[in-house]
Design a protein around this ligand. Structure first.
Ligand code: G3H
Ligand code: ZN
Length: 284
């Protein structure tokens, strides 16, 4: 059994969840790994197509592979929100044992077709596939107050049943009121746990919760404990921890020349944030 399958199985059995944290540079990836080591709990380090645009494909994945290899924790490199099927296949060929194909922006039949193609490809190579059903809105943290959120489309129970049956996907990212990003002005979203319970009754496939940043902790823990969420994705809160640490470093009047002196402070801040999340999701 691959490590990701084992991690998912343990989460299901323990009614707990593991975190998936995005990384696009060395210090964030190290912060995630160190948190998992400290807490002795598994975690996923997620890359995206835009992280690859920033850091380069081989540079990024080989760096993360190295961090994972040198770590004592159970860590898995994961492709998050893979929109381009060819890119998803490239990741599988490069050794990813966990990928997400995100065709949720396409209409239902097309989402099934694209997802099924990736599932067939991935399963031949032993990789695990996550897909998304429903539409998750995103609002950038820098956007001014009063901007309305893009329309959300929660996961439909009938569609979910058909989607899982026809694609054979391993895990599903469900949309139940969760949103990408933080929403100080509008108020962070509450999860529709009634819908989540209905979805849970319809399929036994493990569920993934995206948009974990800013979601009320009690909603997240209930979703994990009562409704079969096995993994929570966090990106924005880690970004904020990283950049706030750098901002505070310089505004406190310190001035350094060696980038390591400031980036190690940001790495520590990421570790602290990830430890807090791992603890919340895993120790219920
Ligand atoms: O796929 C990544 C996420 O769903 C992260 O969402 O930025 O709201 O934490 P977030
Ligand atoms: Zn997401």
């Amino acid at each position: 059994m691959t490590l990701i399958k084992e991690i998912i199985k343990n989460a299901q059995e323990g009614k707990s969840a593991f975190g998936m944290f995005n990384a696009s540079n060395l210090e964030v990836a190290q912060g995630i790994a160190r948190a998992a080591e400290e807490k002795k709990m598994p975690a996923l380090i997620g890359i995206t197509e835009s992280a690859v645009e920033y850091a380069g494909f081989l540079s990024l994945i080989n760096m993360i592979k190295g961090i994972i290899e040198e770590s004592s924790a159970d860590l898995v490199m994961h492709l998050d929100h893979g929109k381009d099927p060819e890119f998803v296949k490239k990741c599988i060929d490069a050794g990813f044992e966990s990928v997400m194909i995100d065709s949720s922006h396409l209409e239902f039949e097309k989402n099934i077709e694209v997802t099924k193609d990736i599932v067939d490809y991935a399963h031949k190579k032993g990789a695990t596939v996550q897909a998304e059903l429903g539409k998750i809105p995103k609002l950038d943290i820098s956007v001014e107050q009063g901007v309305t959120l893009a329309k959300m489309e929660k996961t439909n129970p009938d569609e979910l049943e058909e989607f899982v049956k026809r694609t054979g996907v391993d895990t599903v990212a469900i949309i139940i009121g969760n949103i990408h990003g933080m929403y100080e002005a509008e108020g962070n979203p509450h999860l529709d746990l009634d819908l989540l319970k209905i979805l849970r009754e319809r399929v036994s496939t493990p569920f993934i919760l995206h948009g974990g940043s800013g979601t009320p902790s009690e909603d997240v823990t209930r979703a994990i404990k009562e409704c079969g969420i096995v993994s929570v994705n966090i990106d924005t809160e880690v970004r904020i921890a990283f950049t706030t640490a750098i901002h505070e470093f310089f505004t406190s009047g310190q001035m350094v020349i060696d980038p390591r002196k400031v980036l190690s402070v940001a790495r520590d801040a990421v570790q602290k944030k990830v430890e807090e999340k791992i603890e919340l999701f895993g120790n219920l």
